[in-house]
Design a protein around this ligand. Structure first.
Ligand code: ASP
Length: 307
């Protein structure tokens, strides 16, 4: 047993850095480390896994390096539409939001849905209205603007294509997520994203769909995914990892590797996931070139981009 523990990701994909980008690489690693630090400190202070994953994800949402919150990609209309979800493995309660615009921290709204409504998911204009009524912080377009995301959008705008934030030459998936097990052995997962560049027609990916991009269950583990959402939805990826443990008797590592390196690959899906079980075992598989990720428990802290 190595609990408590927290694991985070900042997206997977064909992550490339030029020879002059060592500063940028350091920035990514430092941002991951600060989210780990904040989440782990709360775990040490006795907060629940659910409160800690919410905090870690909100820290990453505030950083424009990642495709969530402040750094969200552009939609086909040149807007930012964000999705997020959170799930508590002890109660199996979950909260999710889809298509939020202007909200600074979508994961906080998702957590509010979990705590204060009889629903699991709210979406679109009415969900934005909910966030306003609950006095969540809103930001203007300039807060969400970044030249990198704008350029990514300009490259494919008008072609009717959607692009994952980190896929293709030099581009990236940048969804963020956190999973944790607290001192009492309860697990939780949270994920937040701006989705895919140039997405249209209210497209919603796997991130806010419980069982696809986000799942937690005290009988098994907590999982947060990143990658080409359509494949993760059709593969019901997060729940599949849990099921392989619960019904197939697999370990976390076996279940997570099978889904990412075999099942998803056969389907043609690119991406990765982070997972932690109730004993503090951790798995972070990905079938892309890289995945921004990190873990922290009382014995070690790891942050990585590539292998
Ligand atoms: N899974 C996210 C989506 O399809 C994208 C990502 O992971 O960056 O919306």
């Amino acid at each position: 047993m190595n609990i408590p523990a927290i694991v985070i990701h900042g997206g997977s994909g064909t992550i490339t850095f030029g020879s002059k980008d060592s500063e940028l690489k350091t920035l990514y690693l430092e941002s991951l480390e600060s989210a780990l630090e904040e989440g782990f400190k709360m775990l040490k202070d006795g907060y629940s896994a659910t409160e800690c994953v919410c905090k870690a994800v909100s820290v990453l949402e505030d950083c424009n390096l990642f495709n969530a919150g402040k750094g969200s990609v552009f939609t086909a209309k040149g807007e930012h539409e964000m999705d997020a979800a959170i799930m508590d493995g002890k109660t199996l309660k979950a909260g999710a939001v889809a298509g939020l615009r202007g909200v600074k921290n979508p994961v906080l709204v998702a957590y509010d849905v979990l705590q204060n409504t009889p629903f699991v998911m709210i979406a679109g204009e009415e969900a934005i209205e909910y966030a306003r009524q609950k006095n969540f912080k809103f930001e203007t377009d300039s807060y969400f603007f970044s030249q990198l995301r704008y350029n990514q959008w300009q490259e494919i705008k008008g072609e009717g294509e959607m692009q994952l934030d980190h896929s293709g030459e030099g581009t990236k998936f940048g969804t963020v997520g956190a999973v944790a097990v607290d001192a009492e052995g309860n697990v939780a997962a949270a994920t937040s994203t701006g989705g895919m560049t140039n997405k249209a027609w209210g497209r919603v990916g796997d991130t806010p769909l419980i069982g696809s991009g986000t799942y937690a269950n005290n009988r098994t583990c907590a999982i947060s995914c990143t990658g080409h959402g359509e494949y993760f939805i059709r593969g019901v990826v997060a729940y599949d990892v849990s099921c392989r443990m619960e019904y197939g008797g697999k370990t976390l590592e076996q279940a997570a590797n099978k889904v990412i390196h075999e099942k998803l690959k056969v389907m043609g899906g690119e991406g990765g996931l982070i997972a932690v079980d109730t004993s503090g075992n951790i798995s972070m598989p990905f079938n892309t070139k890289g995945m921004y990720r990190g873990m922290k428990n009382s014995t070690q802290t790891i942050t990585r981009i590539f292998e």
